[in-house]
Structures are given as structure tokens and as C-alpha cells.
Design a protein around this ligand. Sequence first.
Ligand SMILES: Cc1cc2nc3c(=O)[nH]c(=O)nc-3n(C[C@H](O)[C@H](O)[C@H](O)COP(=O)(O)OP(=O)(O)OC[C@H]3O[C@@H](n4cnc5c(N)ncnc54)[C@H](O)[C@@H]3O)c2cc1C
Length: 291
Amino acid sequence: MFDIKQYEKAESVKDAVRLLSENPNAKLISGGTDVLIRLREGHSEYSELVDIHDLEEIKGVSYTDTGDIEICAATTFTEVVDSEIINDVLPVLALASGTVGGPQVRNVATIGGNLCNGAVSADSLASLCVLDALLITESAEGEREIPIIDFYLGPGQVVLGQTEILKSIRICLDNYAGYGTHYYKYAMRNAMDIATIGCAAAVKMDDGKIETLKISFTVAAPKPIRAKTAEEFAVGLEPTEENIKKIAKQVMNDVTPRDSWRASKDFRLHIIETLAERVIKHAAEDAGGES
Ligand SMILES: Cc1cc2nc3c(=O)[nH]c(=O)nc-3n(C[C@H](O)[C@H](O)[C@H](O)COP(=O)(O)OP(=O)(O)OC[C@H]3O[C@@H](n4cnc5c(N)ncnc54)[C@H](O)[C@@H]3O)c2cc1C
């Protein structure tokens, strides 16, 4: 059923880097929920595998000494959804992670695989973009930190080199403390469907006005985006219904959705504006602002 020509089980991240260096055709497999589907479809580029599934070294969620959050790449979505730390301080990520597939998929699918797969519909993406996540990788060349917004080159393409492994996702204290957040996934079905549009927002309030708005979309452009025009427009506004509608209109300057069999461009534009309003409103309320 699966045409696997070579399979190696890595014992550590360093071992996985070594195995990838020794075989330029080798690709990583973690939970396998994307890789195995591709293999079954006959994509031969996944026929030589280095398995990092269940490597303890890259599992789990923890605080660093400085209050940042470190989410290891091989943490499954079930573990993310159940994590006390994530629920306490990054509820937007718990919300988004809970929309991935169904329970069986979430039990094996990892957050690292979700990002490295490069799908612009990935459900963890929009929330990690408004949290300004940093991706920590290791390769034959050493370690590096990549801001999530720079990680995507286009549909299905990320900046990872052939020997590069995503080890963890870091959310700095300044990027979560004091923010109200929300995520909404619009899909044709309520479960087991990928996003037609995904939208996350993070709002910080000061004296009843929006001090900072971060708003991100998936499937609204060839790469995940932050709606910078809308973010700048929102600064200093009270989160009233009227103002939120105006901010949502500004989002139209930042998005470039396309027609696909899943939804037309016009329908996506309508969804984008509607979701922007809904998500900003909830995030502002969560941050203590009236709307
Ligand atoms: C039935 C079904 C429903 C689904 N529903 C959704 C959904 O609703 N929302 C959604 O976002 N996704 C969905 N998916 C897609 C999939 O489950 C996710 O993208 C998943 O998070 C991928 O993680 P994984 O560990 O299974 O990755 P894998 O399949 O193991 O790997 C995916 C890709 O990432 C690379 N990779 C994996 N880990 C690393 C790492 N640490 N460093 C570098 N590269 C790495 C692999 O080489 C491969 O290219 C669904 C899949 C199925 C089968």
C-alpha cells in the first residue's frame, strides 16, 4: 500500500540531522498524517523516510526562565489542546488546534508537521502569526530562529533546508501577556474539513481604546498574512461596532484570495470581512474592551 524504499528511525534531533545529511532524498515523517496520504497518492519524493515520531526531546509545552512559551514540534494537537499552559495563556492556540480534523487525527498529527507541511490552510497558522511565533530549527549548519511570517515561500513551500528540523515554536512573553485573542475557522463542514478561510486576532487595550491589533488570515493569499493596513488603522480606536466594521473594511487592502473549487474569490472576500469583524469583536471583549 505504501511504497517505502528506505526507513530510518532517528534516536535524537542530532541523529535525524545526520540521517538527512547522509541521504539527500530523505524526508522527515512525524505524525505521518500528511506524509502517508501523499505516499498513498503515489508521491515518490516521500519514499525515503527519517522518522522523528515520539522523540521525547521535541515533545511537550513548557515555560522558559523568562516567561516565554516553548511548544516542541512533535507535540500532538491533542497534547496542545489539553495543555494547561496553552489553555491558561495561549487560549487562541487551543481554540485553533481543536479545529484540526477529528480526535483520531489530533491524536497523531503534530503542530510541527502542520507548519512544515506548508499548507496555507493549516489551522495552527493564523493564531501563531498573531502571537509572532519564532520557529527554532536545527540543521547541519546549526540552529536558527525564523519568524513565522517569514517561514512560508508559497503554497506547500517553506524555507527549511534539506537537513533542517523544526525543534520548537517559541511565543515570547511580550507577544501574549495582556492580549485578548480569538480564532475562527470557516469551513464547508463543521468537522474533518480544511479551512476555506482562517482568521485570528490579538488585541491589547489601553484606556478603552485599541493600543495594538494583530490580525492574521490563512487561505486569503498565497501565504499566511498579517493585515497590516487594518492593524495600523485600528490604533487608538474604541472597539465599537461601527469602528470594528471600518477596521474590517481595511482588511480588504491586505488580502488577495483566489478562486478555487472550494470557494470563489468573491465568496472568500465576503467571508474575510465577516470573520474579521467577528474575530476582532471577540478579541477586544477578551481584552476587556466593550464592543
Ligand atoms: C483526515 C485528515 C483531516 C485533516 N484535517 C486537518 C484540519 O482540519 N486542519 C489542518 O490544519 N490539517 C488537517 N489535516 C492535515 C494534518 O493532519 C496536519 O497538517 C498535521 O498537523 C501534520 O502533522 P504530522 O505530524 O502528521 O506531519 P507529517 O505528515 O509527519 O509531516 C508533514 C510534513 O512536515 C514535515 N515535518 C514534520 N515534522 C517536521 C519537523 N519537526 N521539522 C521539519 N519538517 C517536519 C514532513 O517532512 C512533511 O513534509 C488533516 C489530515 C487528515 C489525514
